[in-house]
Design a protein around this ligand. Structure first.
Ligand code: SF4
Length: 641
C-alpha cells in the first residue's frame, strides 16, 4: 500500500499526522526547513553536510523523507543502541500512524549474530559455557530466526557470555573461506540487506563495508542511491581509528608471553617457534633502539620495505603456532592478533607506504594508515551522501569535517535552531581556579560545582574525560551533600544510571565517555552541565598516534589541525546536553581556565552556543533565581572568596 503523501511538508505543518504519536509535537519552522533540505538533496542528488542544533527534531526530519523517497536509501546511526532506539521508537510510531510508508530493514554488526564456526569450535574444545547452554542454542538454531545472539532465550546477564563464546568481531570473520559461509546468519542478513528499500545500519558497518567486500561478502554501499549519516560528527574519529593499524610494544610483549604459555611445559618440543619468538623480541628491540636515537616526541619515518624481514618472521611464527597441539579456539586470539600485524605490514609494503615509529611513552609503536576512505570518491559516486549532526562546525567552519573525510567540495549548511541560548542558558568559567593539571584542581573544582548545586533546583551532570577523573572527583563529594550521587564506572549499566538520574530530578551524576553525547534528559532532571576540562584526547590514545602519522603525511600540525578541532566538537556535544527544548534552562560550568588564557582558547569560545557569561557565583545565583530554578541557600558565601 502506497502512502498518499507526496512530500514531507504535511508531516511538519500545523495539521501534522505526527500529533497522534507525539503529544508534545509542535510545528517548527526549523524542522520543516531541515526536512525540506534533506528531501531536496535526495531528489536532486546533491550531497551535503547539514548541521542542525539540538532540539530541531533531526531524526524525523531525515527519516520521513527517506521513507517517502522512491530510491534505495541507507540510514546510518552511531551505534547498535541508537539503531534499536530508532527502530523501536520513531519508526514503529510512524508505521502505525502512516501505514503506507516504505519498510525499514535493520542490519547489525557481525558481533550481534551467532557465528556457526565459532560455535562449532567451542563445542569441539569443550567450552563449559557452550556445553551448558547447548540445548537452548540448538533449539534456537532449528527455528527460522535471524540468529541474533539476543534472540537466545537466555537471561540478560548471560548475553555477555553468549557474545564471548558465540560471536566474532568483523575483523575475525573468515569470510568466503569459512566452512559455514553458506548457512551463516550474518551473511544471510547482509544478503537480505542488499534487497532492502530503506536500510538502517550503524557507522562501524558503514565504514567496514569495503573491507567486508574484500573478504568476499556482498557490499551494501554500491547498491544504495542515497546514504544518510546521522551523528556524522563521529565520522572523523571513527574513520581514523578504523583506518589506522598499529603494532604496539606492550601488546607485542604480552603476545609473546601468551604464545609461550600455549606451549606450556613442552616449550622445548617447539624449537623453531621458541627461536622465532626470540628473534621477534630482538628485532623489536633493534627498531626501538634505532627510534630512541631519534629526536624525542617526533615520529621516525621508516620505509615499509625495510620491515620485510619482520613480516617474514611473522609468517614463520604463524606457521609454527598452527602446529601447536592446542584447540583452534585457544589459538584464535593469538592468531587474530598476528593476522592484524601481518595485514598491516603486507599492505604497507605492497603500497610502498611510509610507516611511522613512536616512542614518546615507554613502548615503541609502529603505525600505518590505510588509504581507503568511502568518502574520497564522493564526487564521482552515484549515491547522494547526506551528513547530519548538531556539531559539525568548528568556529563556524566545516573545514575540519571536510578535510578529515577528504571531501573538500562538499556543500555544507548550518541551520538555525529554535533554542534561545542567550535567554535559556548561562556560562560560567570560574577564573580563580588553577589549571586542570594542578594538584589542588579537583577538590577546588568539585567545591565550586557543589556551590552552584546548592543554589540550584534540578540535576547536575558532571562530565569528565576519564574514569580516573570521575573517581578522583567522587572522593571530594561529602557524604552529607544532600543529593543522590550517581557515579559512572567502567562496569556501570549506562541505561540504568541514566534512568536513575532522570527519575531523581535532583541528583548529581559523575560520568564520562558516551555520556558526552546522545543522552537526552529534558526538564528539571538536568539544570547544570559541569565540565572539568577541555576534552583533549590523551596522548597515549591510538587516535593521538594516528594524528601524528597523518600530520607527518599531510604536512599538518597535530595540536592545531587535529587535537583542537576534535576537542571543540566534543565540547560542543557536551554543552549540547543542557537544552533539549524551548522550556529547558540551566547553567554550563567550565572548569578549564585555559579557554580564557591560552591562544587556542578563542577557538573554543567562538564555537560555543551564544550564551550569556557569568562573572561570578552571584551572577549564577541571580540567573537561577530569575529563571525560577534557584535553590534555597542563595545567601551562602562563594568558596572562591
Ligand atoms: S562467515 Fe564469519 S560470521 Fe559467518 S560463520 Fe563464518 S566466521 Fe562466523
Amino acid at each position: 500500500m502506497a502512502t498518499h503523501y507526496r512530500d514531507s511538508s504535511s508531516f511538519f505543518g500545523a495539521d501534522s499526522p505526527l500529533r497522534a504519536g507525539w503529544p508534545q509535537f509542535a510545528a517548527r519552522n526549523e524542522q520543516q526547513a531541515l526536512a525540506a533540505r534533506v528531501e531536496q538533496a535526495l531528489r536532486q542528488r546533491e550531497s551535503a553536510a547539514l548541521e542542525a542544533p539540538t532540539g530541531t527534531g533531526k531524526t524525523l526530519a531525515y527519516l520521513i523523507p527517506a521513507l517517502l523517497h522512491s530510491e534505495r536509501v541507507i540510514v546510518s546511526v552511531g551505534n547498535r543502541t541508537l539503531q534499536d532506539h530508532l527502530w523501536w521508537g520513531e519508526y514503529q510510531k510512524l508505521r502505525t500512524l502512516v501505514p503506507g510508508l516504505r519498510r525499514l530493514s535493520v542490519l547489525k554488526g557481525c558481533e550481534n549474530y551467532i557465528c556457526r564456526w565459532r560455535l562449532e569450535d567451542g563445542l569441539q574444545a569443550g567450552v563449559p559455557w557452550v556445553a551448558q547452554h547447548w540445548q537452548i542454542i540448538a533449539a534456537t538454531l532449528q527455528q527460522a530466526g535471524n540468529g541474533e545472539v539476543t534472540s537466545l532465550p537466555l537471561p540478560e546477564d548471560q548475553w555477555p557470555a553468549a557474545r564471548q563464546w558465540l560471536t566474532l568481531q568483523v575483523d575475525q570473520c573468515r569470510g568466503q573461506s569459512c566452512s559455514q559461509f553458506e548457512s551463516c546468519y550474518f551473511q544471510r542478513a547482509r544478503a537480505q540487506a542488499q534487497q532492502a528499500d530503506v536500510l538502517l545500519i550503524n557507522h562501524t558497518l558503514l565504514l567496514s563495508d569495503q573491507r567486508l567486500f574484500e573478504k568476499g561478502m556482498g557490499a551494501l554501499l554500491p547498491l544504495a542511491d542515497a546514504v544518510i549519516v546521522d551523528e556524522a560528527h563521529q565520522l572523523p574519529d571513527l574513520l581514523v581509528r578504523l583506518n589506522t593499524e598499529t603494532i604496539d610494544g606492550y601488546r607485542l610483549q604480552r603476545w609473546i608471553r601468551q604464545v609461550r604459555s600455549l606451549c606450556g611445559s613442552e616449550v622445548l618440543l617447539f624449537p623453531l617457534l621458541t627461536s622465532g619468538l626470540q628473534q621477534l623480541a630482538s628485532a623489536w628491540e633493534q627498531i626501538q633502539r634505532q627510534v630512541q636515537q631519534h629526536e624525542r616526541d617526533a615520529l621516525l619515518s621508516i620505509q615499509s620495505a625495510s620491515l620485510t624481514p619482520l613480516l617474514k618472521l611473522l609468517f614463520l611464527l604463524d606457521n609454527q603456532i598452527r602446529q601447536l597441539p592446542v584447540s583452534q579456539l585457544h589459538l584464535a586470539p593469538v592468531r587474530a592478533t598476528l593476522d592484524q600485524w601481518r595485514h598491516m605490514l603486507s599492505h604497507a609494503i605492497a603500497d610502498q607506504q611510509v610507516i611511522h615509529a613512536d616512542v614518546s611513552g615507554t613502548w615503541l609503536r609502529l603505525v600505518a594508515g590505510r588509504v581507503h576512505s568511502p568518502f574520497a570518491t564522493l564526487d564521482q559516486a552515484q549515491a547522494t551522501w547526506i551528513f547530519l549532526s548538531a556539531t559539525l562546525a568548528v568556529e563556524g567552519s566545516f573545514d575540519y569535517f571536510k578535510r578529515m573525510l577528504d571531501v573538500p567540495t562538499l556543500e555544507a549548511q548550518a541551520f538555525a535552531g529554535h533554542l534561545d541560548y542567550q535567554r535559556q542558558a548561562l556560562l560560567w568559567i570560574p577564573e580563580h581556579l588553577p589549571e586542570p593539571a594542578a594538584e589542588d584542581f579537583m577538590p577546588r573544582w568539585v567545591e565550586q560545582v557543589l556551590a552552584v548545586a546548592q543554589r540550584l533546583q534540578g540535576g547536575v551532570l558532571m562530565l569528565f574525560s576519564s574514569f580516573d577523573a570521575v573517581q578522583a572527583a567522587q572522593r571530594f563529594i561529602p557524604a552529607d551533600v544532600g543529593r543522590r550521587v550517581l557515579v559512572h564506572l567502567p562496569d556501570s549499566n549506562r541505561q540504568a544510571l541514566l534512568e536513575a538520574f532522570r527519575q531523581d530530578a535532583n541528583a548529581i551524576l559523575l560520568a564520562t565517555g558516551s555520556f558526552w553525547e546522545g543522552i537526552d534528559v529534558a526538564g528539571g532532571a538536568l539544570r547544570c552541565i559541569a565540565i572539568d576540562k577541555l576534552p583533549f584526547t590523551p596522548p597515549d590514545d591510538v587516535l593521538a598516534l594516528a594524528w601524528k602519522h597523518l600530520a607527518a603525511e599531510q604536512g599538518k600540525q597535530v595540536f592545531q589541525d587535529y587535537m583542537v578541532p576534535q576537542a571543540v566538537m566534543r565540547l560542543r556535544q557536551g554543552v549540547g546536553r543542557l537544552l533539549r527544548s524551548a522550556d529547558d534552562r540551566g547553567v554550563v560550568l567550565l572548569g578549564d581556565t585555559r579557554v580564557l588564557r591560552k591562544s587556542y582558547g578563542y577557538r573554543f569560545r567562538a564555537s560555543l552556543p551564544p550564551m550569556a557569561w557569568a562573572s561570578g557565583l552571584a551572577d549564577v545565583a541571580t540567573f537561577l533565581r530569575e529563571q525560577g530554578i534557584g535553590g534555597e541557600r542563595l545567601e551562602e558565601s562563594d568558596p572562591a572568596q
